[in-house]
Design a protein around this ligand. Structure first.
Ligand SMILES: C[S@@+](CC[C@H](N)C(=O)[O-])C[C@H]1O[C@@H](n2cnc3c(N)ncnc32)[C@H](O)[C@@H]1O
Length: 290
């Protein structure tokens, strides 16, 4: 049961609704969290939306978001049914057993919606996909890997540090059915993204707000080192909810390698649960060298 009385007094005392929502959510059984967590990732409370009067004034926005979440769940489940996989539902990293010093810098599992991903992949600059490796850093249950396989990439790799999510991704790769599939070399690797060896040849990296701070910088440094050893076409597709997790431009600039070639917000899409923004970066030779 939600402790309504203490929650109301906490709200009046200035605690954000989102913090309280998260606290209550942490206590729920896994199967309840699976979908309710979507409300949390959906920014159920706007940043700064504190105090009871503002909270009530924002009720219509919240209602719209709940509708978006329900619609998103319907689309997520439809994707799973259609392709014979299981990718739906969000999971806090605290509910998973992960052996990595970067857990605190990692974001929860939250699958990326299919509509915006298809649009993003269609925006890829002209590169020879048959020579290109697609990498999803923080690949969870592998939804992005499966959707990317509609494109004729040389290979598709997912890097996920949770053994439980990685195992589900492997099951999904095995059971996936799609008439559009053009790449069958798909692999989920169970490892920390900072330890992933960057593949030879051209690469497209995808990151859906998977980790932040030092972990993200470490990954960028690894990519940069690999690029300097052998300069080749490399693109980074960074997607995020710009309201809660802005694109980490400062981190990207702190490791000079990627130049932003396109940014924007995805137009409304039925499979999308909350606003999503994207940036496409291209690796370029920098004068600063290593
Ligand atoms: C927001 S989810 C994205 C899932 C997937 N890319 C998708 O879009 O469907 C972020 C994922 O990154 C993983 N993750 C976070 N930090 C990581 C790290 N340092 N190494 C590998 N995976 C990480 C989490 O376990 C989670 O599954």
């Amino acid at each position: 049961m939600i402790d309504t009385q203490s929650n109301v007094s906490n709200l009046l005392a200035g605690a954000s609704f989102k913090t309280l929502f998260k606290e209550q959510l942490m206590k729920k059984p896994k199967f309840v969290k699976k979908y309710m967590l979507y409300l949390y990732t959906n920014g159920y409370s706007d940043p700064g939306g504190q105090g009871s009067i503002r909270w009530f004034l924002k009720m219509p926005t919240r209602m719209w978001r709940i509708v978006s979440v329900l619609r998103g769940i319907w689309f997520d489940r439809r994707f799973d049914r259609k392709h014979n996989v299981s990718t739906t539902g969000a999971i806090f990293l605290k509910d998973l057993e992960i052996d990595s010093s970067n857990v605190e810098l990692g974001e929860l599992y939250d699958p990326f919606p299919s509509g915006p991903l298809k649009r993003l992949l269609s925006m890829l600059p002209q590169v020879d996909l048959s020579e290109t490796t697609f990498v999803d850093f923080g690949s969870g249950k592998g939804r992005v890997l499966l959707i990317a396989s509609d494109h004729p990439f040389k290979q598709i790799l997912g890097v996920e540090f949770s053994p439980e999510l990685h195992e589900q991704a492997e099951n999904n790769i095995r059971s996936f059915r799609s008439r559009q599939q053009k790449c069958e070399t798909i692999e989920s690797l169970c490892q920390d993204a900072t330890e992933f060896a960057i593949p030879d040849g051209p690469c497209v990296f995808f990151i859906f707000a998977a980790f932040r701070g030092e972990a993200f910088i470490e990954v960028l440094k690894n990519i940069k080192e690999s690029y300097h050893e052998s300069p080749r076409p490399m693109h980074l597709l960074y997607v995020t909810d710009p309201l809660t997790h802005p694109i980490p431009d400062d981190d990207i600039q702190s490791v000079p390698l990627f130049r932003n070639i396109r940014s924007g917000r995805f137009a409304f899409d039925l499979s999308q649960r909350y606003p999503l923004g994207y940036s496409i970066f291209e690796a370029e030779k920098t004068t600063s060298g290593h």
